[in-house]
Write a protein that binds this ligand. Structure first.
Ligand SMILES: Nc1ncnc2c1ncn2[C@@H]1O[C@H](COP(=O)(O)OP(=O)(O)OP(=O)(O)O)[C@@H](O)[C@H]1O
Length: 252
C-alpha cells in the first residue's frame, strides 16, 4: 500500500546541507500499523511530512499502491490523511460539526453527502453528543479526537499519525489507541510516530527504529527487544528497557 524508497531530505544551504533524512526505505501493507521510533531530531516528522506531500524529498520516492506520488499529486490528496494533533487547526468559536463542515467543502465531499459523512466520523470518535459544542471549549482529548475525525472525513486508505496521544491522560490515550486499532482492522494503513513505548507495544505490528535519518532496524517489538540485548531477569525486557539500551546508538 505505502512504500518509501531511498527517501532523503536535506535542509539549509547547498554548500553545507544538513541531512535530516538520509536514506529511508520501508513498506507498509494494508491494515498494518507501523511505528517510527527514535530520539528527538531523528527525522520522524520530516519523513511523515514528505509522505503527506507537505515537504518535497531531496531524493527518493513515495509510492502509493504502486504509483509514484511525485508523478500523480492527486494520489496523495486522495489516499493520505495526516493527524498532527495539538491545539491548532480548528476554529475555536465554531462547533465541531461546523469545523468539519468547513473541511468537508475543502475535501470536495459532495454537498448531499456532507451531513451524513460528518455525523459518521464524529460518531466513530465518539464526539456525536458534543458536535454542536464550540471547539474552544473542548478538552485536549476531545480536540485530538476531532483531529482524527477530520482525517477520517477524507476517507483515505493511508493515515499518518504524529504522536497521536501526546499530552493525553492514560484513559483517553487508551480510547484513542482502541480507535487506531479499529481503523487498522478495517483496512487502513497506518504510520505512527510516538515516544510512548506502551503505545508502540500495544499498537505496532512493526517498528522502524530510526537514528540520524536512517533506519537502524525494521521488525516486530520482540525483534527490537532481541536486538537491544537487554537480558532477561524473570521476565522478558520491556520495549522501554530495550529502547534505552539502544538509544545511545541512535543519536546524531
Ligand atoms: N524546516 C527545517 N529547516 C531546518 N532543519 C529542519 C527543518 N525541519 C526539521 N529540521 C531538522 O531536521 C532534523 C529532524 O527533525 P524532525 O522534526 O524530523 O525530527 P523528529 O524525529 O520528528 O523529532 P521529534 O521526536 O523531536 O519530533 C532535526 O535536526 C531538525 O532540527
Amino acid at each position: 500500500m505505502l512504500e518509501v524508497k531511498n527517501l532523503k531530505r536535506q535542509f539549509g544551504q547547498k554548500k553545507q546541507p544538513f541531512t535530516a533524512v538520509a536514506d529511508l526505505s520501508f513498506q507498509i501493507r494494508k491494515g498494518e500499523i507501523v511505528a517510527l521510533l527514535g530520539p528527538n531530531g531523528a527525522g520522524k516528522t520530516t519523513t511523515v511530512k514528505m509522505i503527506a506531500g507537505y515537504l518535497s524529498p531531496t531524493a527518493g520516492h513515495v509510492i502509493i499502491d504502486g504509483q509514484d506520488a511525485a508523478l500523480s499529486p492527486k494520489l496523495v490528496q486522495n489516499q493520505v490523511a495526516t493527524v498532527f494533533g495539538g491545539e491548532l487547526g480548528f476554529y475555536a468559536r465554531a462547533s465541531a460539526f461546523d469545523n468539519l463542515k468547513f473541511f468537508s467543502v475543502l475535501f470536495k465531499i459532495p454537498r448531499k453527502e456532507r451531513k451524513k459523512k460528518i455525523e459518521e466520523v464524529l460518531s466513530a470518535v465518539q464526539l456525536q453528543d458534543v458536535q454542536y459544542q464550540k471547539v474552544g471549549e473542548f478538552s485536549r482529548g476531545m480536540r485530538q479526537r476531532l483531529h482524527i475525525a477530520r482525517a477520517l472525513l477524507k476517507d483515505t486508505n493511508i493515515i499518518l499519525l504524529d504522536e497521536p496521544t501526546n499530552g493525553l491522560d492514560v484513559e483517553i490515550a487508551h480510547e484513542i489507541r482502541d480507535l487506531i486499532r479499529k481503523l487498522a482492522d478495517n483496512g487502513k494503513t497506518i504510520l505512527l510516530t510516538s515516544h510512548t513505548m506502551s503505545e508502540i507495544e500495544s499498537l505496532a505490528d512493526r517498528v522502524l527504529l530510526i537514528g540520524a535519518g536512517k533506519i537502524v532496524h525494521d521488525g516486530t517489538v520482540e525483534s527490537v527487544v532481541k536486538l537491544s540485548g537487554v537480558t532477561k531477569v524473570n521476565r522478558p525486557a520491556t520495549l522501554e528497557e530495550s529502547y534505552l539500551a539502544l538509544a545511545d546508538g541512535l543519536r546524531r
